[in-house]
Each structure stands twice: as structure tokens, then as C-alpha cells.
Design a protein around this ligand. Sequence first.
Ligand SMILES: Nc1ncnc2c1ncn2[C@@H]1O[C@H](COP(=O)(O)OP(=O)(O)OP(=O)(O)O)[C@@H](O)[C@H]1O
Ligand SMILES: [Mg+2]
Length: 243
Amino acid sequence: MDPRLAVIPFRLGGVKRIIVVCSGKGGVGKTLISTLFALLASQRGKRVGLLDLDFHGPSVSVVLGCRGCTPLEDKGLIPVEVAGVKVMSLDFFAGSAPLPLRGRDATEALIELLAVTRWGELDLLVVDSPPGTGDELLDAVRLLKGVEALVVTTPSKLALSSVSRLVGLLKAARVPVLGVLENMRVEDDVNVQRMAAEWGLVYLGWLPYDRDLERALGDPSALFSTSVSRSLERILETANLLA
Ligand SMILES: Nc1ncnc2c1ncn2[C@@H]1O[C@H](COP(=O)(O)OP(=O)(O)OP(=O)(O)O)[C@@H](O)[C@H]1O
Ligand SMILES: [Mg+2]
């Protein structure tokens, strides 16, 4: 057996809760929502980590404004800290890596990242996932024991059909789903609510399309004052995810 697999539960041993933000679809706001979730939970005094598992387009560091940061090496890797959140992203390894990821493919890179990262004690680890329902997500679910999922979708039919596939996959993998979050809503309709009911999942609420969001990207304090952040805070509070 790969010895790194035995190290992963030890590295995650101090983490109380792991929530992966996922969607079958790309571009629906997973990265934005996972990053805001981590920031909001940290603002409430929780010890929070944020793991960016998008191997193709890691972008948590763009939202947080920490591109080019590098984790410290000390018997493993210490995540970069931004606004109180411990952040680990493959983006940190894109340039001059402190410890080059040995992996040849995404699974290898994921195992390596989980085996070297020292999260320490965390109340919550939020995981940003890549689009799709491929191996990368399955690997993450397999390696992150006890992980729960938060499903994000836009109201578009195109998104909903991919999300249906994801929901089936999460059910088959016995991953508890905390609920469905609708993002970038521009008009009143109940499509997502209806779909959530069909999937047997809780509809958590919706986030508006926010024209001012773009300007706030890269600046955590500006992000807090966006309408998306305020709406998300209310939803997470109601869902008891910030307590
Ligand atoms: N509520 C919103 N209002 C306005 N813009 C938004 C909103 N949510 C997300 N966006 C924007 O939509 C784009 C996609 O968001 P994001 O990168 O978070 O999606 P993603 O699901 O992580 O995409 P990918 O699948 O490529 O990783 C970004 O430009 C983001 O700033
Ligand atoms: Mg993303």
C-alpha cells in the first residue's frame, strides 16, 4: 500500500468537519461560495481551512488575492493564512514549488497534497472541487473520510442536468448532502427548489447575481461587503453551518 495513504488520516486527525462544495457543472460559483464560506466561518471565530482541489484551474487564490504565496515547509507543508483561513491550493505549486508535487496525475497530486499538508486543529475544512463528476471528485470523497457535500447550481437547465448526475453519484458514494444552494439567480422561479425536492435534498436558498462582485475579487474585506456574501451568511446561518 502507498504509505502516504496511511499518513492522510493523521494529517486530517485534528479536523472536526469537512464540507466539499460541488456541482456537476463548471462556472456555477463553487470557488466563490467555498471561499466565502471559509471567510464567513473564520469571521465567526471558527478555525477554518480551505482546500482548493481544482487541478485544472485552481482559483481560490485569485478570490483571496494570494496568488504566488507559498506554504512554509516544516515537517510537511503549513498552509498559507489569509484573513484567518488556512489555505492550500495546487496553485501554490504552479511556479517555484517549495516541495514539488510528485504526482503524475490528479490522483497522485491529491494524495500528495493531503499527505503533506499540516492543517492542525480545525473546526471546519471547506473543499473547493473541480467541475464535473469525474475521478477527481470521487478520489476526494474517498480520501476525505466523513466528508459532507454542499451542492451548488445555477437555475439553468444545463446546470441542473449535470447536477442530477452528481447527486446520483454522491448518493451512491453515501456522502451526506447538506443541501442545494442556488447561485446567480436573476429572476423568480422555483426550478431549483423543485429539483431539490425531486432529489430528496434540502433547498438551502439562493444568492443573487451581483454585478459588483468582480471588483471585490482578490480582497477578502471587500468580499464581505458584497450582497452575495451577505446572502450567503444568512443562508449558512439558517442551515446552522456557521454555529
Ligand atoms: N452570485 C454571483 N454574482 C456574480 N458573479 C458571480 C456569482 N457567483 C459567481 N460569480 C462569478 O462567476 C464566475 C464563476 O464563478 P466560480 O469560479 O466561483 O465558479 P466555479 O463553479 O468554481 O467554476 P469552475 O467550475 O470553473 O471551477 C466567476 O467570474 C465569479 O466571480
Ligand atoms: Mg472553481
